[in-house]
Design a protein around this ligand. Structure first.
Ligand SMILES: NC(=O)c1ccc[n+]([C@@H]2O[C@H](COP(=O)([O-])OP(=O)(O)OC[C@H]3O[C@@H](n4cnc5c(N)ncnc54)[C@H](O)[C@@H]3O)[C@@H](O)[C@H]2O)c1
Length: 279
C-alpha cells in the first residue's frame, strides 16, 4: 500500500504510540484522522500541531469512544466525507489498568478492537458492496486489488506467562481478532496485522515505568531500555508498504518476552500479588 495520498485512521491518535504513528504517516504524505477521547479543542490543537507546514487539514481530530459502535461508525463516515480515500487504520487506543481485570479494560482493548476493525473494513468495502452499476465493480469478496490495511496494537503481554491477568488475555484476544479479521477480509483485499511491543515510553506506561525499567535493565535481551514510539511507527510503515505481511503478530520487544519466563524476573513486585481475589 502506498502511504502517500492515502487516508488512515489512528485510534488513540493523541497518545504516545498513536501520535508517533500519525506523525510518520503525515510525514509520508498521508491524511490522518486521530480518534481519541480528549476534549475537541485539545484534539484539534494536536492535529494542527502535527500537520506539516502548509498542509492544513491533512490531520483531523474526531472525539470518539471506540467502545461505542454507533459512534465509531459515525466517526468513520466523517473521515470518509472529510478526507476521502480511506485505506486503513492503525488501532492504538488501549488501556492498562493496574488491576487483575476490569470490564472497562476488556471493553476498550477487546470489544473496541472488533468495533474499530469492523467499521473501518465496512467503510473500505462500501464501494464493493454498493456498486453504481452491476458491472462496475467485482462482486463482494472477489477482488485481487489491495484495498486496505488495519494494524492492531497487541502486546508482549499477549501470552499467558506474562502474568497480567486482564490485560494479557485481552491482548491475546487482539492477536486472535487480527488473525480472524485477516482471514475474513482477505478476499476483499484488506490485510490485518498486529504489533506486540514490550515497553514503550508513553502515558500508558508512566505509572509502571519504575517497575518495568528495572526489569528491562536486569533481564532484557537488547536493548535494555524502553523503546520509543518511533520504533512502532517504523514497524507500521513497513507493514503498510509490504503487501506480503498479513495475518501475523509482529513482536517489537527486544527479546523482552524471554524475561517473563524467569520466575521473579521483574525484580520488583510480582503482578500476581495484585490478584488475591482475582478482581
Ligand atoms: N506503551 C507500551 O509500553 C505498550 C506496550 C504494549 C502494548 N501497548 C499498546 O499500544 C497501544 C498504544 O499505547 P500507548 O502506549 O500509546 O498508550 P497511551 O496511553 O499513550 O495512548 C492510548 C490512547 O488511547 C486512548 N483511548 C483509551 N480509551 C479509549 C477509548 N475508549 N476510545 C478512544 N480512545 C481511547 C487514550 O485517550 C490515549 O490517548 C495500546 O493498545 C497499548 O495497550 C503499549
Amino acid at each position: 500500500m502506498i502511504i502517500k495520498g492515502s487516508t488512515f485512521i489512528v485510534t488513540g491518535g493523541t497518545g504516545g504510540i498513536g501520535s508517533g504513528c500519525a506523525r510518520m504517516l503525515l510525514d509520508q504524505g498521508a491524511a490522518v484522522a486521530l480518534f481519541d477521547m480528549i476534549p475537541v479543542e485539545k484534539g484539534d490543537a494536536v492535529a494542527v500541531e502535527m500537520t506539516p507546514n502548509g498542509l492544513t487539514g491533512r490531520a483531523i481530530y474526531v472525539k470518539v469512544d471506540i467502545t461505542d459502535s454507533d459512534a465509531v461508525k459515525e466517526a468513520v463516515a466523517v473521515v470518509v466525507n472529510k478526507l476521502g480515500n480511506l485505506k486503513g487504520a492503525v488501532h492504538c487506543a488501549g488501556v492498562a489498568i493496574k488491576r487483575p481485570w476490569t470490564n472497562d479494560m476488556l471493553d476498550v482493548n477487546v470489544v473496541g478492537t472488533f468495533i474499530v476493525n469492523a467499521h473501518v473494513a465496512d467503510a473500505i468495502n462500501y464501494p464493493l458492496n454498493h456498486p453504481k452499476s452491476p458491472t462496475e465493480h467485482a462482486p463482494f469478496w472477489t477482488t485481487d486489488e489491495e484495498r486496505g490495511v488495519i494494524i492492531n496494537f497487541a502486546s508482549a503481554a499477549a501470552n499467558p506467562y506474562a502474568r497480567v491477568l486482564g490485560y494479557g488475555p485481552g491482548k491475546t484476544a487482539v492477536v486472535g481478532i487480527t488473525k480472524a479479521m485477516a482471514d475474513f477480509l482477505g478476499p476483499s483485499g484488506i490485510r490485518v496485522v498486529s504489533i506486540s511491543p514490550s515497553i514503550v515510553l508513553s502515558g500508558l506506561t508512566a505509572n509502571f515505568s519504575g517497575y518495568f525499567g528495572d526489569a528491562l535493565k536486569k533481564h532484557a535481551t537488547f536493548p535494555r531500555v524502553p523503546l520509543g514510539p518511533e520504533h512502532m511507527a517504523s514497524t507500521v510503515k513497513w507493514i503498510i508498504e509490504n503487501v506480503g505481511v498479513n495475518a501475523i503478530d509482529v513482536p517489537v520487544d527486544g527479546g523482552w518476552k524471554l524475561v517473563m519466563d524467569k520466575p521473579g524476573a521483574a525484580g520488583g513486585e510480582d503482578p500476581r500479588a495484585l490478584a488475591p481475589g482475582l478482581e
